[in-house]
Design a protein around this ligand. Structure first.
Ligand SMILES: [Zn+2]
Length: 338
C-alpha cells in the first residue's frame, strides 16, 4: 500500500509502505473509510517538533475491521469501528478512572493517513457501531475519533454545567467542537474567540452565542467586560501557546475552570501568579475512549453533526495538499478518502 510519511518540515510524502498485519494477538487491522490531518500534525510539519527520522503520520480513523487477532473478543471482521489516537486496554486503574490516554499499556496509534491501519489492544480501543453506517455519517464518526472527543474532554474538564458562561480559546477544529460540546452540556452563554469569518460562522452554528475577535490582554478585557467584571465559569484552551494559555487563565473567574487540550509548546506558568488566579487547571491528551460510545450514539441519532468541521475533502494521495491547506489556514480540517 501507499501511506503518508513526514520527512521534515513541509516535506509530506505519500509513498510505498508495508501493509500492516497482525503483530500481537490483541491487534486488529482496519480498512479505513476516511482519515484526516490533525492540527497536532502541523507542529512537526512546521518544524516545531524535531523529527529525527521519517515518521508515518495520522492517528484519526474509522473503518471496517479486516482482520482481528486471535485474542480479540469484542470486534469482528466486517464491523465498522471508531477508535482513538491512543490504544488502551480499558481495564487498568487509569482507564477505569477515565484516563485512557494514561493507560498502563498505552500505545500511540500512528500511520492512519493510509488505507490500512493496525490498531493495538483492539478490545480496549475500538468501539463498533450497530451496523455499517451510511457514507454521509462517516465524517461525523471520523471527527469522534479525535477532534470531537478532544473538544468534548475540553468541555468536560472545564466543568461545563447547565447555565454556565463558557469561553473557548482557539477556532481550530477542536475549539469549534468544544463549542458544540459546551452547547450539548447545557452552557447558556458560549463566547468563541475567533477572527476568521468562516470559523465564526461554524462556531455560531455549533452553538456560540458571542464572538470575540480580540486576542491576548485585549481579548481578556473584552471577556471581563462581557461578564460584568466577573470572568467565565469555564474556559477551554484549545491552542497550546503561551498567549492562548494566559488568555484562558485570565478569562476565568476566581474559582473557575480552565481546561487545556492543545499540546503545549513553550508554555511557562508562573507559580505565584497561578496561586492568585484561583482557577482549576485540568488538561492533557484527551481520553477520547471515555466518550466514544456516547459520541457514536449522538452522531448515529443525528443529534450532532461534527463532520461539518471538514471543509476540505481530498483523495488520500493528495495528503500533502491537505497539510498545506491547513498550515495556510485555507482549510479548517482536511478529510482524506483512501
Ligand atoms: Zn488502561
Amino acid at each position: 500500500m501507499r501511506g503518508t510519511v513526514l520527512y521534515g518540515p513541509g516535506d509530506v510524502r505519500f509513498e510505498e509502505r508495508a501493509t500492516p498485519t497482525i503483530v500481537d494477538p490483541t491487534d486488529a487491522i482496519i480498512r479505513l473509510s476516511a482519515t484526516c490531518v490533525c492540527g497536532s500534525d502541523l507542529w512537526p510539519y512546521r518544524g516545531l517538533n524535531a523529527a529525527s527520522e521519517p515518521s508515518p503520520m495520522g492517528h484519526e480513523y474509522c473503518g471496517i475491521v479486516e482482520e482481528a487477532g486471535r485474542a480479540v473478543k469484542t470486534v469482528t471482521r466486517g464491523q465498522f469501528v471508531v477508535g482513538s489516537f491512543a490504544a488502551s486496554d480499558n481495564t487498568c486503574p487509569h482507564c477505569r478512572a477515565g484516563y485512557h490516554t494514561s493507560c498502563a499499556h498505552r500505545q500511540w496509534v500512528v500511520g492512519a493517513q493510509a488505507p490500512v491501519l493496525r490498531v493495538p489492544l483492539a478490545d480496549g480501543t475500538l468501539v463498533a457501531t450497530p451496523d455499517v453506517p451510511s457514507a454521509e455519517l462517516v465524517p461525523g464518526f471520523l471527527a469522534v475519533s479525535d477532534v470531537l472527543g478532544t473538544g468534548w474532554f475540553a468541555a468536560d474538564a472545564a466543568n461545563v454545567k447547565p447555565g454556565a458562561t463558557v469561553v473557548v480559546v482557539g477556532d481550530g477544529a477542536v475549539g469549534l467542537l468544544g463549542v458544540l460540546a459546551a452547547r450539548q452540556m447545557g452552557a447558556q452563554r458560549i463566547i468563541a474567540m475567533s477572527r476568521h469569518d468562516k470559523r465564526q460562522e461554524l462556531a455560531r452554528e455549533f452553538g456560540a452565542t458571542d464572538i470575540v475577535t480580540e486576542r491576548g490582554d485585549a481579548g481578556v478585557d473584552r471577556i471581563i467586560d462581557m461578564t460584568h467584571g466577573v470572568g467565565a465559569d469555564s474556559v477551554l484552551e484549545c491552542v497550546g501557546t503561551q498567549e492562548s494559555m494566559m488568555q484562558a487563565i485570565h478569562a476565568a473567574r476566581p474559582g473557575g475552570y480552565v481546561s487545556y487540550v492543545g499540546v503545549p509548546h513553550g508554555v511557562q506558568l508562573d507559580g505565584q501568579q497561578l496561586f492568585f488566579e484561583h482557577v482549576h487547571l485540568h488538561g492533557g491528551p484527551a481520553p477520547v475512549r471515555r466518550y466514544l460510545s456516547e459520541l457514536i450514539d449522538l452522531v448515529l441519532n443525528g443529534k450532532i453533526n461534527p463532520g461539518k468541521v471538514f471543509d476540505l475533502t481530498l483523495p488520500l494521495d493528495q495528503v500533502a495538499e491537505g497539510y498545506r491547506a491547513m498550515d495556510e489556514r485555507r482549510a479548517i480540517k482536511a478529510l482524506l478518502r483512501p
